[in-house]
Design a protein around this ligand. Structure first.
Ligand code: HXC
Length: 519
């Protein structure tokens, strides 16, 4: 070949590689409402920023006739590019080549970008659409998965890892996304399960559809495996780019601060009225969140899972923060097993990547009962307690209304190393609510009374007394557990000033191999 022919050959090879498993399979992918691996990368990254690695890699298998079928890139597209000008590494499984199944060489390609992302200190994005281990490659494929898992584990807490599931993700393959920081699933076109419907039926007799076993809706609402359910792939791409706005490149950097055009000192009079006069009446804590954050923008994680607690990213004067808030609108904002796990994982994600945490408290306590106790509320509640206690990022807590019992300690209390604790005048910080307290304290006296009128009058009096003593923020403020009682309408400004003050905070935990969080 002369020089020109060589260049022509290269161009032809590239063209061939870009066709993946061929036009027919691309068409079939599109018919399923799915994009191809390369189209996905183009839509996620900044235009023209993608630099591909290993386009000419092919598998080395000679089993089951595979030696006659070679596709350039071998079922996964890998490389790096930028999102809003920031470097990210990416791999995107190509379902048109052997169903995106993982071979030895496929795994090596993925490991290469993972290793480089670690060296460079840049986030890793993984797009999953695969039939799992390439059956013809047997144990080599399993070893390939383990190599990827190992890298997911080593990268955890060092670089952010985001997984999108836009097709099948089954068997042991699910564990790579599960090891990452954020999981996004596209609705109706993706699924995740350790064992599919057919094997499930054989082993347990249970008949269940793919969607009901491992669809996006199930994992977004019941298992909590996915943080986001995207209506379609486009929403998934947008979510990946959006998440990047709040996270740093790696654990040694701070998250990106942006210019803020929302006045930092805007007073929100509606906040002075937002807590109902009746302590049992619910309200939507998201109304408070939208009021206090920049431009009413709140990126909620786990929107459909454990709705009694709300977690997500927002900015205050351009500073990315994690928000954790009890939700009185759902189960009165009580802490249960799912809510504890959800919030604990989020707090640890923020802490790992230097994202300050703002906690909004209105919690009546932990949910009582055998279901919760058998479900391990002790161990799951301890996770949240542990996560808060271990976190060294700036932590600001605002108590809005109830903050009772163990849940008070857990939800970013001063003693669990919160830096600044504010309370609204409506705050009630106590061991328990007035009703429960009076039942315990006055039970004997009440049991000796006969006249129902006398009983209710006595209870009302005692509850009033208790309320005056404990159902307010001043008892806690008297001990310095609350740094200041603030006017609700001024909350945004007070949080922003606290964040500015804490921006140089330095805190660390004692040296250790790793902690032993109650898993
Ligand atoms: C090799 C595979 C494959 C696999 C699919 N293909 N999965 N090739 N190894 N695991 C190939 C098919 O032969 C087909 O090739 C093409 O990909 C598309 O597959 P279809 O079946 O035609 O597509 P569809 O009907 O959409 O079904 C998709 C699917 C199904 C549900 C994913 O292919 C499937 O059930 N695959 C097997 C899934 C599985 O059990 N994997 C192992 C999981 S255990 P042609 O040439 O016809 O286009 C596992 C262990 C991981 O992964 C361990 C980690 C520790």
């Amino acid at each position: 070949m002369n020089r020109q022919e060589r260049i022509k050959h290269l161009i032809e090879l590239r063209k061939k590689a870009r066709l993946g498993g061929g036009e027919k399979r691309i068409e079939s992918q599109h018919k399923k409402g799915k994009y191809t691996a390369r189209e996905r990368i183009e839509m996620i990254l900044d235009e023209g920023s993608f630099e591909e690695f290993d386009m000419f890699v092919t598998h080395r298998s000679h089993e089951f006739g595979l030696e006659k079928q070679h596709y350039l890139s071998d079922g996964v597209i890998t490389g790096h590019g930028t999102i809003d000008g920031r470097v990210v590494y990416i791999f995107s499984q190509d379902f048109t080549v052997f169903g995106g199944s993982l071979s030895e060489t496929f795994a090596q390609k993925v490991c290469k970008v993972m290793d480089q992302a670690m060296k460079v200190g840049a986030p890793l994005i993984g797009i999953n659409d695969s039939g799992g281990a390439r059956i013809q490659e047997g144990v080599k494929s399993l070893a390939g998965y383990a190599e990827i898992f190992k890298r997911n584990i080593m990268a955890s807490g060092v670089i952010p890892q985001i997984s999108a599931i836009f097709g099948p993700c089954a068997g042991g393959a699910v564990y790579s996304p599960a090891l990452t920081d954020v999981v996004i699933m596209s609705d109706k076109t993706s699924y995740m399960f350790v064992t599919g419907p057919k094997v499930t039926k054989t082993v347990t007799g249970e008949e269940i559809s793919t969607e009901d076993l491992g669809g996006a809706s199930i994992h977004a609402s019941k298992s909590g495996v996915t943080h986001f359910k995207a209506e379609n792939e486009e929403e998934g791409f947008m979510l990946i780019r959006k998440i990047m706005e709040y996270i740093p490149q790696n654990n040694l950097e701070d998250p990106p601060v942006t210019e803020c055009h929302d006045p930092i000192d805007r007073l929100e009079d509606t906040l002075n009225e937002i807590i109902p006069e009746n302590e049992h009446q619910p309200y939507d804590v998201k109304d408070i969140i939208y009021n206090i954050v920049d431009n009413q923008e709140f990126l909620e994680f786990h929107r459909h899972y454990a709705r009694n607690i709300v977690v997500g990213f927002a900015k205050f004067n351009g500073i990315p923060c994690g928000i954790v808030a009890n939700q009185p609108n759902f189960l009165a904002g009580v802490l249960d097993t799912d809510a504890s796990r959800k919030a604990a994982r989020f707090v640890r994600f923020c802490d790992a990547f230097n994202i300050p945490i703002v906690t909004l408290v209105d919690v009546p306590g932990f949910l009582p009962g055998s279901i919760q106790e058998y479900g391990g509320i002790i161990i799951h509640g301890a996770k949240l307690l542990f996560a808060y206690g271990e976190a060294t990022v700036p932590k600001i807590t605002v108590t809005l209304r109830k903050s009772y019992g163990g849940a008070h300690d857990v939800m970013g209390s001063k003693q669990l190393r919160a830096d600044i604790n504010y309370a609204w005048p409506s705050a009630e910080i106590a061991v328990m609510g007035p009703k429960g307290a009076i039942e315990v304290l006055e039970g004997k006296v009440i049991s000796q009374m006969k006249d129902p009128n006398e009983i209710s009058k006595y209870i009302a009096e005692k509850e009033k007394e208790y309320r005056e003593k404990f159902a307010n923020p001043y008892e806690a403020a008297r001990y310095g557990y609350i740094d200041d009682v603030i006017e609700p309408r001024n909350t945004r400004f007070r949080i922003i000033r606290a964040l500015q003050t804490l921006s140089t905070k330095k805190d660390k935990n004692p040296p250790k191999k790793h902690s032993n969080i109650p898993l």
